[in-house]
Design a protein around this ligand. Structure first.
Ligand SMILES: Nc1ncnc2c1ncn2[C@@H]1O[C@H](COP(=O)(O)OP(=O)(O)OP(=O)(O)O)[C@@H](O)[C@H]1O
Ligand SMILES: [Mg+2]
Length: 267
């Protein structure tokens, strides 16, 4: 069953900034998609248009059969509860603990006064501990967010998004600020939890090698248009050239292999 369908999704910031043009795609439940493309191709705009952090210019965003573009603000808020977001820059609340950051994923669900007093239900706390355990941070529950490493911070971001009990995850460059080994661990964690929860996800990612290792479907954007949609195996040199333009792809792949080799040596 399709969880998300984009029909003719278009975002023109201005006459010259045509970030997205007529994007059509469907994401099935449990499907994890890697969204690749050169800088400025519209990857962030695409995921931000889905939950209307950026308002689309035209087109439909059908999420569980409801067109989010037509919802008034109050109903949009309800729908956003079900869409977890994970960002490159983590977006944690620095002075709060790891546990409090994860619980903040429940904010859309608890009454305002409870969240203000930071009073959460026992089952929310139990669930947050279980999620922290899953992302390998159980021991760090009471640490302040600003005391964590980049990889640990991204794990908090993942646990917080899952605490929302979402039906869809939107993830923007989750590994861009991380070293190659940590980046792989984070991609593995994200894809594993998606499969465990049968949770569909769109992951914007610059690193093509990393994307092809972990996702089953790749969508390539170029200048705001979908120019590739297929499996990692189908993403050959010709497809890469369509997406990114002329480049020595063998050199890029060899370089990536060398980096992986180095990592293994020092792991
Ligand atoms: N708020 C904005 N106002 C005007 N133009 C914008 C705005 N945000 C993005 N753009 C433009 O839209 C296009 C797509 O930007 P977007 O950030 O979606 O690209 P991206 O694929 O995520 O790039 P990157 O890989 O560098 O993150 C770019 O030309 C960008 O300059
Ligand atoms: Mg971006």
């Amino acid at each position: 069953m399709s969880t998300l369908t984009l029909k003719g999704l278009t975002k023109h910031y201005s006459k010259t900034d045509k970030a997205l043009t007529d994007v059509n795609l469907s994401i099935q439940s449990g499907e994890v998609v890697g969204l690749i493309g050169p800088s400025g191709a519209g990857k962030s705009t695409l995921i931000r248009c889905i939950n209307r952090l950026t308002e689309p210019t035209s087109g439909e965003v059908l999420f569980k059969k409801t067109d989010l573009t037509q919802l008034p603000k109050s109903q949009l808020k309800q729908a956003r509860r079900e869409i977890g977001m994970i960002f490159q820059e983590y977006a944690l609340i620095e002075r709060l603990t790891v546990m409090e950051n994860v619980l903040s994923g429940r904010l859309g669900y608890v009454p305002f006064w409870r969240s203000f007093l930071r009073k959460y239900q026992g089952h929310d706390i139990q669930n947050a501990y279980a999620l922290l355990d899953r992302v390998g941070l159980y021991q760090h529950a009471n640490k302040r967010a600003d005391a964590l490493s980049g990889g640990q911070r991204q794990r908090v971001g993942i646990a917080r998004a899952l605490a929302q009990q979402p039906s869809l995850l939107l993830i923007d460059e989750p590994t861009a600020a991380l070293d190659p080994k940590t980046a792989r661990q984070i991609m593995r964690l994200i894809t594993e939890v998606c499969y465990e929860h049968q949770l569909p996800a769109i992951i914007n990612i610059h690193d093509v090698n990393l994307a092809t290792q972990f996702v089953d479907r790749i969508i390539g954007l170029k200048a705001g248009e979908v120019v590739f949609d297929g499996t990692p195996n189908e993403l050959d040199e010709c497809a890469l050239t369509t997406i990114y333009g002329e480049e020595d792809w063998n050199a890029t792949t060899n370089e990536a292999d060398q980096i992986s080799g180095l990592e293994l040596e020092f792991a």
